[in-house]
Design a protein. Structure first.
Length: 256
């Protein structure tokens, strides 16, 4: 007899295309750290996660093989929204990459020939009784929230305010745009097509926030290591009720 045991986690493999299509949005909760992936030209630099992310994917694309970038961990806010506990740096970088590619096409071709604006950056979300245009990724933390929102909605990059919490995003955007300029129209299209169809990740969906943080604690994240304050915040949040986090998270993030 086969027993159907219930699990607390739903784990599924995806390519980027399937992660970014569908009727859901991703939200980075207010208590998560800001975007911290760095862009450095010197290969000996310690913090150059954006460069390494591009280099690794580009090399894999030349080999004609799929490339695995790790996992994202979420818990469900409702059936239309998933809160990111881990993977926000990767997904934010992808949003910046696709935004830069959109702008590169508009600059070079005066049109978005290979459309990434809809559905990968923004899409028509179908909700019972109404439809609405929404961003695929939303940052709740005020550091960088407005920058990403304006970027996804197609504002000219020079018109978007760059503040302390969005400086790394702007640097990542500039790197991406220059990357596409150096590769040219044809190679850039092939690279973006490869990312959508051949870059893989695992999506771990937890039943609730506590379960999401448990699996987060037990997994190693490729990217910028958590510093002491991040780990301390995690321990604080682990003790709190979910409904209390929103009220406390802004104050705690400001302190750090």
């Amino acid at each position: 007899m086969v027993v159907d045991y219930k699990t607390k986690y739903d784990v599924n493999p995806h390519v980027i295309y399937s992660i970014l299509t569908g009727n859901h949005t991703f939200r980075v909760p207010n208590f998560q750290r800001e975007y911290v992936w760095a862009t450095k030209e010197k290969e000996t630099a310690t913090d150059r996660q954006v460069n390494a992310f591009f280099d690794d994917i580009y090399e894999a694309s030349k080999q004609g093989e799929n490339y695995y970038i790790g996992s994202i961990i979420t818990y469900e806010g409702n059936e239309f929204e998933h809160f990111l506990v881990d993977g926000q740096q990767r997904l934010t970088t992808l949003m910046i990459l696709f935004s830069a590619y959109r702008d590169f096409q508009l600059s070079e071709l005066q049109e978005e020939k290979y459309v990434v604006s809809d559905p990968y950056l923004r899409f028509d979300q179908k909700i019972p009784g109404r439809n609405r245009k929404v961003d695929k990724l939303i940052i709740s933390n005020k550091s960088g929230r407005e920058f990403l929102k304006d970027l996804l909605r197609g504002f000219e990059i020079e018109s978007i305010d760059v503040r302390v919490g969005s400086k790394a995003m702007r640097e990542a955007y500039d790197f991406c745009f220059e990357f596409f300029q150096n590769k040219g129209v044809s190679d850039s299209e092939a690279f973006v097509d490869y990312i959508l169809k051949h870059v893989e990740l695992s999506w771990i969906q937890a039943d609730d926030m506590e379960s999401a943080f448990i699996v987060f604690e037990r997994m190693n994240d490729r990217g910028k290591d958590l510093d002491v304050s991040d780990k301390f915040k995690y321990l604080i949040f682990q003790q709190d009720k979910e409904e209390d986090l929103e009220a406390q998270s802004s104050e705690i993030n400001d302190i750090w």
